[in-house]
Design a protein around this ligand. Structure first.
Ligand SMILES: Cc1cc2nc3c(=O)[nH]c(=O)nc-3n(C[C@H](O)[C@H](O)[C@H](O)COP(=O)(O)OP(=O)(O)OC[C@H]3O[C@@H](n4cnc5c(N)ncnc54)[C@H](O)[C@@H]3O)c2cc1C
Length: 400
């Protein structure tokens, strides 16, 4: 029975960051990690970006195993008994702990349509599968116009494949960007060779020999048409993996609820990364963030707290993405339903968009503008009130 001082459930980026955090404080305490994937922890963002642009596969590995840790890979934790501090995996193996971290991330949402032959893209194994599919096939359906869909469509196109993007909204990234930018992206993707089908929902998917035919319904006219492709990949969001926390009776909501020291409602059980919902002082509300900076920073803070050095987690994470040769960094709440103030240096190519609520800045999109993440964080922390004219020219911040 593996009996460790620190037990981590989940083999992703938050888990690896936590192990480094523990080792910064405690060089000797035993650490065990249970991870459902058979691969050890790796960086996920390159799966839809760098690896399709020639970045070697061996650059994605984290150096988890160098931190004196027992890795139990290809194992899924099934039950958690907080009183007796025990986890049981799907083979019935029992793991005990003094401090536990739940870093279980999220599982891709699936379509209600008969979904055989759809690859829901999340893991390194999914990347390997898509690479193998891309060796055989020429034309791919990409379902979803958010982060994963837009990156995968670009990745396939840059690798000489035809991509057909299908999503119910009006434009690419329309849950993040203002309407005009999102509409611009539709045109930009078309210019790059992507077939873009906005306002369409997938209602059924059928295998026809080696090919896949999916039926898409136009949201406005309800007209249904067939799209035939060699493979289908989908990125339509994730659901946080909160089952273990629920079984254990820990407080959950949109994620596992943690306090500022990243403890769940049980003082010896912590949560971090995509699965954890925490209070952010700058935004004055609970948030759950599905981005790399949060997984890395929060994981480390959780690890240090588990090892006896608690510090409040007040970080406002940033995120980023690449869309062909466009790229951006962003901080805070990017909700296009908020008031937006756009300050282009070059329309749709370079500039800053501010998202406001009640005359305070809630989010900042830095579109091909680099090195301004901290300045954007400071702006979000300012009480305001801001008028649109106050923000024009505010970023990039002038060097003092
Ligand atoms: C293709 C892709 C591209 C991305 N690109 C970007 C980007 O450009 N910028 C950005 O900021 N973010 C990006 N992200 C998001 C970022 O990768 C995530 O925020 C980050 O991986 C979250 O880390 P995590 O450790 O919390 O969860 P995960 O990375 O999801 O890891 C959780 C792990 O826990 C395992 N697990 C779950 N339940 C159990 C269980 N019961 N027992 C054992 N193991 C379990 C899972 O199998 C998984 O391995 C991207 C994500 C993907 C998928």
């Amino acid at each position: 029975m593996p009996d460790s001082k620190y037990l981590i459930v989940g083999g992703g980026m938050a888990a690896d960051a936590a192990i480094h955090g523990i080792r910064e404080v405690d060089s000797k305490g035993s650490i065990a990690l249970i991870g459902a994937e058979s691969d050890p922890p790796y960086d996920r963002p390159p799966l839809s970006k760098g690896l399709w642009k020639g970045k070697p596969l061996d650059t994605i590995w984290r150096d988890t195993s160098k931190q004196a840790v027992e890795l139990y890979l290809g194992r899924e934790a099934k039950t958690l008994d907080p009183q007796n501090k025990r986890i049981v995996d799907e083979h019935g193996a029992v793991y005990t702990f003094e401090k536990l971290l739940l870093a279980t991330g999220g599982t891709p949402r699936e379509l209600p349509a008969r979904a055989g032959r759809i690859l829901y893209f999340r893991s390194l194994q999914d990347y390997r599968t898509l690479r193998a599919m891309a060796e055989q096939g020429r034309r791919f359906g990409v379902i979803g116009g958010g982060f994963i869909g837009s990156e995968i469509a670009a990745a396939l196109t840059m690798n000489g494949k035809e991509a057909v993007m299908i999503f119910p909204g009006e434009g690419i990234g329309d849950r993040t960007f203002p309407r005009d930018l999102s509409k611009f992206l539709n045109g930009y993707y078309i210019q790059q060779g992507v077939q873009v089908l906005p306002g369409q929902s997938v209602v059924d998917v059928e295998a026809h020999g080696e090919q896949v035919v999916f039926k898409v319904r136009d949201e406005k006219t309800s007209k249904i048409c067939d799209v035939t492709v060699d493979g289908v990949v989908a990125g339509i969001g994730i659901q946080p993996n909160i089952e273990l926390a629920e079984i254990a009776g820990l407080e959950t909501g949109n994620g596992i609820i943690v306090n500022e020291f990243l403890q769940t409602s049980h003082a010896d059980i912590y949560a971090a990364g995509d699965v954890a919902a925490f209070h952010n002082p700058a935004l004055s509300r609970y948030i759950r963030v599905e981005h790399e900076d949060n997984a890395n920073t929060m994981g480390r803070v959780a690890g240090r707290a588990m090892a006896g050095k608690p510090e409040p987690y007040r970080h406002l994470p940033f995120f980023y993405s690449d869309l062909f040769d466009l790229g951006y960094e962003a901080v805070g709440e990017l909700d296009p339903r908020l008031e937006t103030v756009t300050d282009w240096q070059e329309p749709f190519r370079k500039g800053v968009i501010y998202y406001l609520q009640d005359a305070r800045v809630r989010g900042v999109l830095l579109w091909n503008v680099w090195g301004q993440v901290d300045a954007a964080r400071s702006l979000i922390a300012e009480p305001g009130p801001f008028k649109p004219a106050d923000l024009k020219g505010r970023l990039p911040a002038k060097k003092a």
